[in-house]
Write a protein that binds this ligand. Sequence first.
Ligand SMILES: [Zn+2]
Length: 329
Amino acid sequence: MKLSRRHALAGAAAAAAAPLLSSGPGHAAAPVPDKQAPSFYRYKVGDIQVTVVSDGRNTFAFDDKFIVNAKKEEVSAALQQAFLPGDVMTIYFAPLVINTGGKLVVLDTGNGPLAKANSKGANGLFADNMAAAGFDPKAVDMVVISHFHGDHVNGLLTAEGTPAFPNAEVLVPAVEWKFWMDDGEMSRAPAGRMQGLFKNNRNIFEAGLQKKVTPYEWGKEVAPGLLAVDTVGHTPGHTSYVLSSGAGKVFIQSDVTNNPNPFASHPGWHAFFDQDADMAEKTRRRVYDMVVAEKLQLQGFHYPFPGLGNIVKDGDGYRVIPAPWNPAI
Ligand SMILES: [Zn+2]
């Protein structure tokens, strides 16, 4: 305290003696791009190389309907407690490119090229950032999909509606495939968002991909080292993964939670996009208790980039401790 006070006083004396700012012309007027570096981040899981590739973010004002069992004021307070603005919610998106050594695997595909245009480049950036990370979409062997929401499947097609990964086998959860391709389910879907999701999925998988997909089951490896795990609730066939190689292991949660603030800190809160909210909460608590107990690293699709961290129990909820940024692999 004394030291910093003495330094502050010395600084004040110096400022009084001589002007701190030169009156000469500055350099800030020169045009500087208002952009970040392309957002991708690599790490190793044993011999497997993972590249987290940002698809961008969506920031929006929310109301009482965003979380069906919490008022806007409660959500605002929770966000502010995490040093975030209380009036808007930000959702991040981060698909993965996994190089198993034998196969190049894309895991989820982001919001797609139409979203990039509609959001003026706030999201739909997966293709751009994947190219910046050095990957050619033609070189992708497999695309694995966790569930059939637009932010995960829309990047399967180009802006022209053709397959974005022309040489890849597309693997989808069998339960998810059955649900969204069922005409009865589609006819019974509530108007609005659910019908829109059915329409979008039919457009992608029927018109775009001509139904050329391979359904996969839980409890099996969908790609070398990538085990599919049942984490239903968010959607009927929602899937997470355990990626392992040698001593390395990471739990890839998909949408078990959305942004951990407020959904990990408040696991009982039901966002409108959880299709079976009670089941989603059960799954969330079961998965997070498991990763806490096993001290398992977790990768979150909707976490702030790059979305790798560990989970600790914190009161009735959970807290994420992000993994330190590693400047070299
Ligand atoms: Zn999602």
